[in-house]
Design a protein around this ligand. Structure first.
Ligand code: GDP
Length: 189
């Protein structure tokens, strides 16, 4: 059912950077909006305002190449399962986020992965599994190894992050961007 996954858009001018749609997926309160806020504005809030808009664009440069990321945040919509297919449509990449201090969110992330697998061919989408809130080490319920093992067996990128401490947030988005550019190059984009 995937429509345009794996095909970055450009404005028809080869000088223009490619545009990639990146969706943020995961249970409620795992820190999806916080990761976006940290990445886009280098800011963190204990209480996030309800976002009127769940769509952001961000220009970045990786290895000397410019690209534009369109970030889609569910903004609470993850509760409504029926929106998923529209939300996924045309995605080039996904951040699959869980909270390292909540085991159930790790299981939910695994379920999101199954849904992505049903929607996309592996070469159509870049997926990074993100264990967020790694500052909550004392309450950790998901080990680093569990995250790593799941990601390796499903060929996903993997990183533990803290939006709060600004740990590995830019790195997670950069890893996605680098992989997207590499795939584009391989396919003659
Ligand atoms: P979302 O529902 O997945 O978008 O989650 P939010 O970004 O709204 O975050 C939910 C709560 O977790 C908020 O109170 C955030 O301040 C908090 N939070 C987000 N990221 C982190 C983190 O890395 N560490 C800690 N300790 N709290 C975080």
């Amino acid at each position: 059912m995937a429509q345009a996954g794996g095909n970055p858009r450009s404005d028809g001018d080869s000088q223009q950077p490619s545009i990639f749609k990146v969706v943020l997926l995961g249970s409620s309160s795992v820190g999806k909006s916080s990761l976006a806020l940290r990445f886009l504005k280098n800011d963190f809030r204990e209480i996030l305002p309800t976002l009127g808009c769940a769509f952001f664009t961000h220009m970045m440069e990786v290895d000397g190449k410019a690209l534009k990321l369109e970030l889609w945040d569910t903004a609470g919509q993850e509760k409504y399962h029926s929106v998923c297919h529209l939300y996924f449509r045309g995605a080039n990449a996904a951040l699959l986020v869980y909270d390292i201090a909540k085991k159930d969110t790790f299981h939910r992330a695994q379920n999101w992965w199954k849904e992505l697998e049903n929607e996309f061919q592996p070469e159509e989408i870049v997926v990074i599994l993100v264990g967020n809130k790694m500052d909550l080490e004392d309450s950790r319920e998901v080990t680093f190894e569990e995250g790593k093992t799941f990601s390796e067996s499903n060929k996903l990128l993997f990183m533990e992050t803290s939006a709060k401490l600004n740990y590995q947030v830019t790195e997670a988005f950069t890893a996605i961007a680098r992989e997207l550019l590499q795939r584009e190059e391989q396919h003659g984009g």
